[in-house]
Write a protein that binds this ligand. Sequence first.
Ligand code: SF4
Ligand code: SF4
Length: 235
Amino acid sequence: MIPDTTKTKRLEKDIQDIAAFPESEFAGIIREVGFECDCCGKCCTSEYNDHVFLMDEDTLRIVENVGMDYLQPAPYYDFCDNLGRFYVMGYALKSKTNGNCIFYTGNKCEHYDIRPAICRIYPYMLHREEDEHGNAGFRQVSGLGEHGTYHNELEDTACRDILEGVKKYETAFLKQKIMFLDLINNHFKKHGLRHKRQMYDKRMRDFEKGGKIEVYVFYNGEFDKNVISKQIINS
Ligand code: SF4
Ligand code: SF4
Protein backbone atom coordinates (compact mmCIF):
# COMPACT_ATOMS: atom_id res chain seq x y z
CA MET A 1 0.00 0.00 0.00
CA ILE A 2 0.97 3.65 -0.47
CA PRO A 3 1.89 5.17 2.93
CA ASP A 4 -1.12 6.64 4.70
CA THR A 5 -0.49 10.36 4.43
CA THR A 6 -3.99 11.40 5.53
CA LYS A 7 -2.15 11.90 8.80
CA THR A 8 -0.81 15.20 7.51
CA LYS A 9 -4.20 16.86 8.00
CA ARG A 10 -4.16 15.78 11.64
CA LEU A 11 -0.61 17.09 12.00
CA GLU A 12 -1.59 20.44 10.47
CA LYS A 13 -4.41 20.65 13.00
CA ASP A 14 -1.93 19.85 15.78
CA ILE A 15 0.24 22.77 14.63
CA GLN A 16 -2.79 25.06 14.86
CA ASP A 17 -3.62 23.68 18.30
CA ILE A 18 -0.09 24.32 19.54
CA ALA A 19 -0.24 27.90 18.24
CA ALA A 20 -3.62 28.34 19.94
CA PHE A 21 -2.56 26.73 23.24
CA PRO A 22 -3.13 29.57 25.71
CA GLU A 23 0.25 31.02 26.59
CA SER A 24 -0.97 32.19 29.98
CA GLU A 25 -2.09 28.65 30.82
CA PHE A 26 1.23 27.10 29.80
CA ALA A 27 3.23 29.83 31.54
CA GLY A 28 1.08 29.21 34.63
CA ILE A 29 1.90 25.49 34.54
CA ILE A 30 5.62 26.22 34.13
CA ARG A 31 5.53 28.62 37.07
CA GLU A 32 3.46 26.33 39.28
CA VAL A 33 5.67 23.28 38.61
CA GLY A 34 8.77 25.43 39.22
CA PHE A 35 11.08 22.77 37.78
CA GLU A 36 14.81 23.12 38.00
CA CYS A 37 17.33 20.69 36.55
CA ASP A 38 19.72 19.27 39.15
CA CYS A 39 22.08 17.93 36.45
CA CYS A 40 21.55 14.29 37.43
CA GLY A 41 22.13 13.29 33.79
CA LYS A 42 19.32 10.69 33.68
CA CYS A 43 17.81 12.19 30.51
CA CYS A 44 21.08 11.39 28.70
CA THR A 45 20.79 7.71 29.58
CA SER A 46 18.75 4.78 28.35
CA GLU A 47 16.92 4.90 31.68
CA TYR A 48 15.00 7.96 30.42
CA ASN A 49 15.45 8.21 26.69
CA ASP A 50 15.56 5.62 23.99
CA HIS A 51 17.23 7.90 21.46
CA VAL A 52 17.83 11.59 20.81
CA PHE A 53 15.95 12.66 17.68
CA LEU A 54 17.53 15.41 15.59
CA MET A 55 15.73 18.19 13.81
CA ASP A 56 17.35 19.21 10.50
CA GLU A 57 19.03 22.20 12.16
CA ASP A 58 20.52 19.91 14.83
CA THR A 59 21.91 17.54 12.22
CA LEU A 60 23.50 20.40 10.31
CA ARG A 61 25.06 21.89 13.47
CA ILE A 62 26.42 18.54 14.65
CA VAL A 63 27.80 17.56 11.23
CA GLU A 64 29.50 20.95 10.88
CA ASN A 65 31.09 20.69 14.33
CA VAL A 66 31.90 17.01 14.87
CA GLY A 67 31.05 15.21 11.61
CA MET A 68 28.69 12.40 10.64
CA ASP A 69 30.20 9.71 12.88
CA TYR A 70 27.85 10.46 15.77
CA LEU A 71 24.66 10.08 13.71
CA GLN A 72 22.40 7.18 12.86
CA PRO A 73 19.03 6.98 11.11
CA ALA A 74 16.49 7.51 13.92
CA PRO A 75 15.42 4.04 15.11
CA TYR A 76 11.91 2.73 14.36
CA TYR A 77 11.78 3.44 10.66
CA ASP A 78 8.47 4.72 9.36
CA PHE A 79 8.15 2.81 6.09
CA CYS A 80 9.67 -0.02 4.10
CA ASP A 81 9.10 -0.29 0.36
CA ASN A 82 8.53 -3.51 -1.58
CA LEU A 83 12.25 -3.60 -2.47
CA GLY A 84 13.20 -3.71 1.22
CA ARG A 85 14.41 -0.12 1.64
CA PHE A 86 13.51 1.75 4.81
CA TYR A 87 12.49 5.40 5.20
CA VAL A 88 12.59 7.56 8.33
CA MET A 89 11.91 11.22 9.07
CA GLY A 90 15.31 12.20 10.47
CA TYR A 91 18.60 11.34 12.11
CA ALA A 92 19.26 10.60 15.78
CA LEU A 93 22.41 10.67 17.85
CA LYS A 94 24.03 7.27 18.13
CA SER A 95 23.84 5.46 21.44
CA LYS A 96 26.66 3.78 23.31
CA THR A 97 26.49 0.01 23.86
CA ASN A 98 24.83 0.65 27.25
CA GLY A 99 22.12 2.67 25.47
CA ASN A 100 23.28 6.06 26.76
CA CYS A 101 23.64 9.04 24.43
CA ILE A 102 26.94 9.03 22.53
CA PHE A 103 27.72 12.53 23.87
CA TYR A 104 27.21 11.53 27.51
CA THR A 105 30.47 11.03 29.38
CA GLY A 106 28.89 9.69 32.57
CA ASN A 107 28.68 13.05 34.27
CA LYS A 108 28.25 15.62 31.51
CA CYS A 109 27.40 16.29 27.86
CA GLU A 110 30.63 16.29 25.89
CA HIS A 111 29.20 18.67 23.28
CA TYR A 112 26.84 20.75 25.38
CA ASP A 113 27.14 23.86 23.20
CA ILE A 114 25.87 22.02 20.14
CA ARG A 115 23.34 19.78 21.92
CA PRO A 116 20.11 19.12 20.00
CA ALA A 117 16.94 21.20 20.36
CA ILE A 118 15.13 18.47 22.31
CA CYS A 119 17.85 18.57 25.00
CA ARG A 120 17.42 22.34 25.28
CA ILE A 121 13.69 22.20 26.01
CA TYR A 122 13.53 18.93 27.99
CA PRO A 123 11.50 18.17 30.08
CA TYR A 124 8.96 20.68 28.72
CA MET A 125 6.73 19.74 25.83
CA LEU A 126 3.37 20.28 24.18
CA HIS A 127 2.86 16.69 23.21
CA ARG A 128 -0.59 15.73 21.97
CA GLU A 129 -2.13 12.83 23.84
CA GLU A 130 -5.61 11.38 23.96
CA ASP A 131 -7.26 10.18 27.15
CA GLU A 132 -9.23 6.92 27.40
CA HIS A 133 -12.31 8.72 26.03
CA GLY A 134 -10.47 9.91 22.92
CA ASN A 135 -10.31 13.53 24.11
CA ALA A 136 -7.14 15.22 22.93
CA GLY A 137 -4.95 17.09 25.35
CA PHE A 138 -1.34 18.08 25.70
CA ARG A 139 1.35 16.76 28.02
CA GLN A 140 3.46 19.62 29.30
CA VAL A 141 6.20 18.13 31.46
CA SER A 142 7.95 14.82 30.88
CA GLY A 143 8.69 12.56 33.85
CA LEU A 144 6.99 14.95 36.26
CA GLY A 145 8.10 14.22 39.82
CA GLU A 146 10.78 11.76 38.73
CA HIS A 147 13.77 14.06 38.27
CA GLY A 148 14.96 17.54 39.14
CA THR A 149 13.58 19.81 41.85
CA TYR A 150 10.17 21.48 42.05
CA HIS A 151 8.39 24.56 43.36
CA ASN A 152 11.35 26.78 42.66
CA GLU A 153 10.67 30.43 41.90
CA LEU A 154 11.04 31.06 38.18
CA GLU A 155 11.48 34.50 36.66
CA ASP A 156 8.86 35.67 34.13
CA THR A 157 11.52 35.87 31.43
CA ALA A 158 12.57 32.24 32.09
CA CYS A 159 8.92 31.09 31.77
CA ARG A 160 8.53 33.03 28.53
CA ASP A 161 11.73 31.58 27.09
CA ILE A 162 10.59 28.04 27.93
CA LEU A 163 7.19 28.67 26.43
CA GLU A 164 8.60 30.06 23.18
CA GLY A 165 11.19 27.30 22.92
CA VAL A 166 8.63 24.52 23.36
CA LYS A 167 6.14 25.93 20.86
CA LYS A 168 8.92 26.45 18.34
CA TYR A 169 10.29 22.94 18.82
CA GLU A 170 6.95 21.11 18.66
CA THR A 171 5.88 23.08 15.58
CA ALA A 172 9.18 22.44 13.79
CA PHE A 173 8.93 18.73 14.62
CA LEU A 174 5.43 18.47 13.13
CA LYS A 175 6.45 20.46 10.04
CA GLN A 176 9.40 18.12 9.48
CA LYS A 177 7.01 15.19 9.75
CA ILE A 178 4.57 16.70 7.25
CA MET A 179 7.36 17.39 4.75
CA PHE A 180 8.63 13.84 5.18
CA LEU A 181 5.16 12.35 4.55
CA ASP A 182 4.68 14.55 1.47
CA LEU A 183 8.03 13.46 0.05
CA ILE A 184 7.31 9.80 0.79
CA ASN A 185 3.97 10.04 -0.96
CA ASN A 186 5.49 11.61 -4.08
CA HIS A 187 8.46 9.23 -4.07
CA PHE A 188 6.31 6.11 -3.78
CA LYS A 189 3.89 7.30 -6.47
CA LYS A 190 6.65 8.34 -8.86
CA HIS A 191 8.51 5.03 -8.56
CA GLY A 192 5.47 2.75 -8.23
CA LEU A 193 6.52 1.63 -4.75
CA ARG A 194 4.40 0.19 -1.96
CA HIS A 195 4.85 0.09 1.82
CA LYS A 196 5.09 -3.60 2.77
CA ARG A 197 4.71 -4.60 6.40
CA GLN A 198 5.93 -8.17 5.75
CA MET A 199 9.02 -6.86 3.98
CA TYR A 200 9.61 -4.47 6.90
CA ASP A 201 9.56 -7.33 9.40
CA LYS A 202 11.73 -9.58 7.24
CA ARG A 203 14.42 -6.94 6.68
CA MET A 204 14.42 -6.03 10.38
CA ARG A 205 15.01 -9.69 11.23
CA ASP A 206 17.96 -9.68 8.79
CA PHE A 207 19.25 -6.51 10.45
CA GLU A 208 18.97 -8.03 13.94
CA LYS A 209 21.07 -10.96 12.72
CA GLY A 210 23.82 -8.56 11.57
CA GLY A 211 22.78 -7.97 7.95
CA LYS A 212 23.05 -4.63 6.16
CA ILE A 213 19.99 -2.54 5.34
CA GLU A 214 19.40 0.61 3.29
CA VAL A 215 17.74 3.43 5.19
CA TYR A 216 16.69 6.65 3.46
CA VAL A 217 16.72 9.48 5.97
CA PHE A 218 14.70 12.62 5.36
CA TYR A 219 17.12 15.50 5.67
CA ASN A 220 17.01 18.97 4.18
CA GLY A 221 14.04 18.18 1.93
CA GLU A 222 15.52 15.01 0.39
CA PHE A 223 16.36 11.43 1.21
CA ASP A 224 19.89 10.72 2.38
CA LYS A 225 20.92 7.13 1.66
CA ASN A 226 22.51 5.18 4.55
CA VAL A 227 23.68 1.59 4.41
CA ILE A 228 23.89 0.34 7.96
CA SER A 229 24.26 -2.76 10.08
CA LYS A 230 24.21 -3.23 13.84
CA GLN A 231 27.98 -3.25 13.78
CA ILE A 232 28.16 0.08 11.94
CA ILE A 233 25.74 1.94 14.24
CA ASN A 234 27.43 0.51 17.34
CA SER A 235 30.88 1.58 16.20
S1 SF4 B 1 23.22 15.49 23.48
FE1 SF4 B 1 24.07 15.98 25.47
S2 SF4 B 1 22.35 16.81 26.64
FE2 SF4 B 1 21.48 15.71 24.90
S3 SF4 B 1 21.09 13.62 25.61
FE3 SF4 B 1 23.13 13.63 24.70
S4 SF4 B 1 24.54 14.00 26.41
FE4 SF4 B 1 22.50 14.60 27.07
S1 SF4 C 1 16.57 17.49 32.90
FE1 SF4 C 1 15.97 16.09 34.54
S2 SF4 C 1 16.83 14.10 34.03
FE2 SF4 C 1 17.89 15.66 32.77
S3 SF4 C 1 19.71 16.19 33.96
FE3 SF4 C 1 18.11 17.67 34.52
S4 SF4 C 1 17.10 16.80 36.32
FE4 SF4 C 1 18.30 15.14 35.39
